[in-house]
Design a protein around this ligand. Structure first.
Ligand SMILES: CC(C)(COP(=O)(O)OP(=O)(O)OC[C@H]1O[C@@H](n2cnc3c(N)ncnc32)[C@H](O)[C@@H]1OP(=O)(O)O)[C@@H](O)C(=O)NCCC(=O)NCCS
Length: 164
């Protein structure tokens, strides 16, 4: 994971604007689905998974730090109905088809600039994480996080406000 200092140094020495979509690939083994918009530069460790659908979409802002083993979903992954889940498993693992996401509940996820998401956290559908917020390690974020707020736990609750 890049340190705050190295990121600062990088942005100061970088006179040309960052490409619109860029993930720091030096330490990233990322699976990024469709419907994901990365606004600027994000830095992540290993095993990031961003599971976006066209129906929901996920937006990640600039200078966002995402630790290892973070999952970000804009949908429920599977139906609550066992018949649909059985069909999903057959389609994906036996028929070699793509997972059918169109029928799943989906809602946009927005991660604003300068957010830090701690290791092994999960961000669920419909969540907006406000600018400068911090998600403590192993949190499950199910509701909006106001800017400059530290949240933790499952479901994530506010621990305290941070300095803007
Ligand atoms: C949130 C964090 C930054 C610590 O912040 P802090 O200001 O030093 O917080 P403290 O350790 O003083 O803990 C404050 C309270 O939050 C709780 N807390 C801290 N981290 C927590 C977590 N991940 N989940 C639940 N509660 C947590 C503490 O138990 C404490 O509770 P209390 O007030 O009831 O005693 C740190 O715990 C964390 O999660 N860091 C992420 C590390 C990581 O993911 N690294 C990967 C590489 S980026």
């Amino acid at each position: 994971m890049a340190t705050a200092d190295s990121l600062r140094e990088q942005s100061q020495t970088n006179s040309s604007p960052a490409p619109r979509s860029e993930v720091d690939e030096r330490r990233t083994a990322a699976w990024i689905g469709q419907g994901v918009l990365v606004e600027g530069r994000i830095t992540s460790s290993q095993d990031l998974r961003i599971d976006g659908t066209v129906e929901g979409t996920i937006e990640v802002g600039n200078h966002v730090l995402i630790a290892h083993m973070v999952d970000i979903h804009d949908n429920n992954s599977h139906s609550l109905d066992w018949r649909d889940r059985r069909e999903d498993a057959l389609n994906v693992f036996e028929r070699g088809r793509a997972l059918e996401t169109a029928k799943m509940p989906a809602a946009q996820v927005v991660i604003e600039d300068d957010v830090w998401i701690g290791a092994k956290s999960t961000i669920m559908k419909g969540v907006r994480i406000g600018r400068g917020a911090v998600v403590a390690a192993a949190s499950v974020v199910t509701k909006a996080v106001p800017p400059f707020t530290l949240v933790a736990g499952n479901p994530a609750r506010t621990l305290r406000e941070l300095t803007p």
